[in-house]
Unconditional design. Sequence first.
Lengths: 91, 130
Amino acid sequence: MSTGGEKGSATTKTPADFLKSIRGRPVVVKLNSGVDYRGILACLDGYMNIAMEQTEEYVNGQLKNKYGDAFIRGNNVLYISTSKRTLADGA
Amino acid sequence: MASEEESAVKEPLDLIRLSLDERIYVKLRSDRELRGKLHAYDQHLNMILGDVEEVVTTVEIDDETYEEIVRRLLEAYEGQGFQHCLGKQILFAEPFHMLNFVIQTTRRTVPFLFVRGDGVILVSPPLRTA
């Protein structure tokens, strides 16, 4: 909870602060190819490389794959968005 | 918070480090997938994989100029699950009746493979239940 798992966006000042604040939160990561990855953001680095858990791969809105853990190379990332996950989190 | 205590994943590359000597799944650009044992990697995600199975998904079509159209159609069609169409000829109704193509997956195995990092989209370690 150190970096503010509570209300991340309220204290966000810069993009980097935002990224710090959303660790452990459910996110949607969209790649340049249009593919979406939904899961729990484990961590990320300055290249926007991303480690995710319980990842689901959506192509054209259709679930195509699931990965327990996934590493996404940062250069493919279009955006990272927080999401209200179905039931798991009270986020 | 479970994520931080779990396996000492402090930065994304730790996920790769923890997969050394394990079989991993790698999704590459241009519809390529690899499964193999991770022998080495660096910060670019250059990797050396052993006992690799490569799967390449391609669309074969009579008229090359339609490839882009087919690709989009497939993406739309894929939503309904085109896996069962693999290797079969597919004919769309009007206005695409002229398109005659086949989706194919080509597999090969390679004893050792050096993968250049810039082609990597996603890496998934083996399922760890820890």
